[in-house]
Ligand binder design. Structure first.
Ligand code: SF4
Length: 121
């Protein structure tokens, strides 16, 4: 297991998607960065389009772990695995994809918290 803590990356689906209308984005991000054992927490508006790929290719470091809060985990894998592979990463080995759609903030935070705790056990 790497020494560093997981990075939390939240994709908010442009901010316009009804799937995230119940979520207080900044409330969630601040709780994750302040209360959980993560390296940091960041937000991207739309990871599954071309600038999202470019961002991932700039951002990913092989060996680090990422928790991505976004949409369906199967879709995340389809959409992000090539960007990881192109910079020597491995989506399956490095990412815990979480579906945080249609959740109130406390429920989304609980899901992220449980994931961080399971990684740091
Ligand atoms: S990765 Fe998922 S949550 Fe993010 S913009 Fe694309 S469809 Fe929306």
């Amino acid at each position: 297991m790497p020494d560093s803590k997981p990075r939390f990356l939240m994709c908010i689906c442009t901010g316009q998607c009804p799937g995230f209308s119940k979520l207080d984005l900044w409330g969630l991000i601040n709780m994750v960065r302040n209360e959980l054992d993560v390296e940091y927490a960041v937000v991207h508006p739309q990871l599954c389009v071309e600038d999202g790929d470019r961002f991932l290719q700039d951002y990913i470091k092989p060996g680090e772990r990422y928790i991505i809060g976004a949409c369906d985990p199967v879709m995340q894998r389809k959409m992000f695995k090539d960007a990881f592979a192109q910079v020597g990463g491995n989506f399956d080995a490095q990412v815990i994809p979480l579906d945080l759609r249609n959740m109130e903030t406390p429920e989304a935070f609980k899901k992220v918290k449980e994931t961080v705790e399971s990684l740091n056990e």
